[in-house]
Design a protein around this ligand. Sequence first.
Ligand code: ANZ
Ligand code: ZN
Length: 852
Amino acid sequence: MYYTPSDIENKWQKIWEEKEVFKFNASERTQKKFYQLEMFPYPSGRIHMGHVRNYSIGDVTARYYFRKGYNVLHPIGWDSFGLPAENAAIEHKTAPAKWTYANIENMKSQLKKLGFAYDWSRETATCTKEYYRWEQLFFIEMWEKGLVYKKNSEVNWCNKCNTVLANEQVEDGFCWRCGSEVEKRKIEQWFFKITDYAEELLTDLDTLEGWPENVKEMQRNWIGRSEGTYIDFKVKGSDEKLKVFTTRPDTFMGITFASMAVEHPWSDKIVHEAPNRKEMEEFIDEVKKLHATVKDDNYEKKGFFTGKYLIHPETGAEIPLYFANFVLADYGTGAVMAVPAHDQRDFDFAEKYEIPVKIVIRPEDKELELPLTEAYTEPGVMVNSGEFDGMKSTDAKKAISDHLIEKGCGERGINFRLRDWGISRQRYWGTPIPMVKCEKCGVVPVKKSELPVVLPENVMFSGATSPLNDMPEFYETTCPVCGGKARRETDTMDTFVESSWYHMRYVSPHSDNAPFISEDVNYAMPIDQYIGGIEHAVMHLLYTRFFTKVLADLGYINFREPAKRLLTQGMVCMESYRTESGEYVYPEDVENRDGILYDKNSGEKITVGRKEKMSKSKKNVVDPDDMIARYGADTCRIFSLFAAPPEKDLEWSEEGIEGSFRFLFRVWNIVTDNLDLIEKHNNVPETVTEGKELFRKTHEVIKKVSEDIERFHFNTAISAIMELVNSCYKFNADTIEKKELFAFALRTAVSLLNPFAPHMTEELFKMTGNEKLLSKDIFPTYKEDALVAEEITVVVQINGKLRDKLTVSPDASREEIETLVKENSEKYVKFLKSGEIKKIIYVPGKLVNVVG
Ligand code: ANZ
Ligand code: ZN
């Protein structure tokens, strides 16, 4: 019998499915449960190696806990709303729905070929009305709670196409479709008040012990909590006061100017009154454009004098107020007190516009003198600050803040970097927002009894605008309050809303009178192990945490965090080839001429060949289907689990996948060569008198594989199984007792390998005489006392005289003994005539004679 994966893999997939082996039972609420979840895929059309890896990792865990006797929930579904469907619809002239459903079918059959232990009866697609109707209900309930509001907000706007563009549709500031320049426009949009939960989202991170530290840190930074002080400054010659937010009240006496965002509410008035209005407007436009296109803050700091002065509350000094391109409108108050001596941005700005610098903090061990070459941003000792001089700057923070509060111009405050979640999309392929606008009653929600607001699927799609805007049959409606004429909202929700709660729907996928059965969700959730890419560290993982808290507050669930443990898997990488001009080239188009690589088509030299994330655009992808066809699913799974630990990047290699195949082939051969022996000797040895090493090794490997699976050290788990198989190959089963042990070791190897290579092991299990399924057979357990290595005593003679004893394993090799003796040589040196070891003679199991 030759190992032919294609003969067995499909067969077992069918059997597992027919027998509903991987079914979760939500009503068995007393049984211990394990919820294993991998982030669900977007149905782009085909699965890629990244999916194979992600889902293989989760599958090992799921299969392990199934066999440990847990009630395991391991579901899969489709994150199936979103922009790519619209683009594909334009390109292929089909409706987005049709394209999406076809992709789901295709990817589903691809996933099935990998033999993942999913409960397919729970499959969920977010683009179905059975799913999104509940999202619409949540939206209305959140509206009722004041967690939803509408406000004017900026979007990317293409004047020529007359439409809003998603960020992905803006290419270097130009419309992806027509190439004209993209503008910013303010339109009314819907927001979720995630900022109401900022504090809880931050503090609860500390309870997530099973989350990687870097993910928690990214969330902390994203939420960005700052404690500081608001300070009011009088405006010279007016009754108005400008409020600023500072985290450094200790620098208060060092203010030499102030700066504000060009979008500050005062802007229009300032521009209106300005004598140099035109230049000022030009500056403001330039900054707005900069903010629209540049995402980081590596741009030249620039400003424009507003013509206004503030009055310093302490000294009465006049402080010039500038518009500055680095001040953000929606952080703090949109205005800043500037201290060039102690803030680098302010320092650069002051140098550029020749504004004075005033030092108010010096290092503890030296004086600071003007001119500075850079801002001094560390804590230190207060100077030039009147009554606060000599104080530590860290203490002065509070002291000055208290002083300002007493004076009536200060107030303590906490600021978050986190913004409310804008969920409006002026797109078609998404969940319709269940609101209507009535001329008389204003904006009101659709009646809950009339949900869902169904997204029409059979549409013609040009991409110019959302087809919903051209469908009176969709948007013309009546007001749920007064019955008068009303217009339905045509915006749809951000697709991150769907992925915020899909894992709860999996628990009750067919519930049609509620989003899910709360008791079942309270039992199945939280997710015990969540697995996905680090690219979701902030958005998805923050939104789903927010949603969990909201659903708890709406009374649906009794927990406030969605996942106990999180694993972020690395990327799948592969060499990519580029020509000198930077074009990517398919590996098959690369030609090697005398050690130099060329692009066959253009003739250009290939200059780069480095490892990059697999992607179509880089022409370095491997198609999982091809790999399955060539090597089988088990080999693909083993390769993606063995070649690197899950959190690290995995480098694709042909040798690696061949090596994985050879390993399975070796297992297959030794088992099928000994089928009768294994079937006949099915007694599990309690202890052994012969072959103790293999007995111990087998138990050791059981322990290691179990522990390693629980810690996600899959690569070392697999290598432990490899060692066990090697030991079996070396073992001479020449007595009855040894035959029993040998059979036990082989059965164990097959059983331990099952979560990694489920098809082959299931087949071998059957071939060795088992009626039941290995996938549901209890996972091997080890015996503590079998782990203890046996030891013997070997005497050490030096020049023929007994001088020492060594305790070693019975099958310690000559090399090991020699090493031990050398390690002890200091002890022996006084007995050696020449002072050094000349020769070591070992009589196995008895004695060592050291000559020297
Ligand atoms: C004076 C000062 C002196 C500041 C100093 C810093 C150092 P975090 O920690 O991120 O909250 N700031 C306030 N609002 C801003 C806005 N809308 N756009 C740009 N910068 C703004 O940062 C708070 C600090 O960032 C504040 O403290 C303020 O500058 C600036 F030696 O006030 B500071
Ligand atoms: Zn009305």
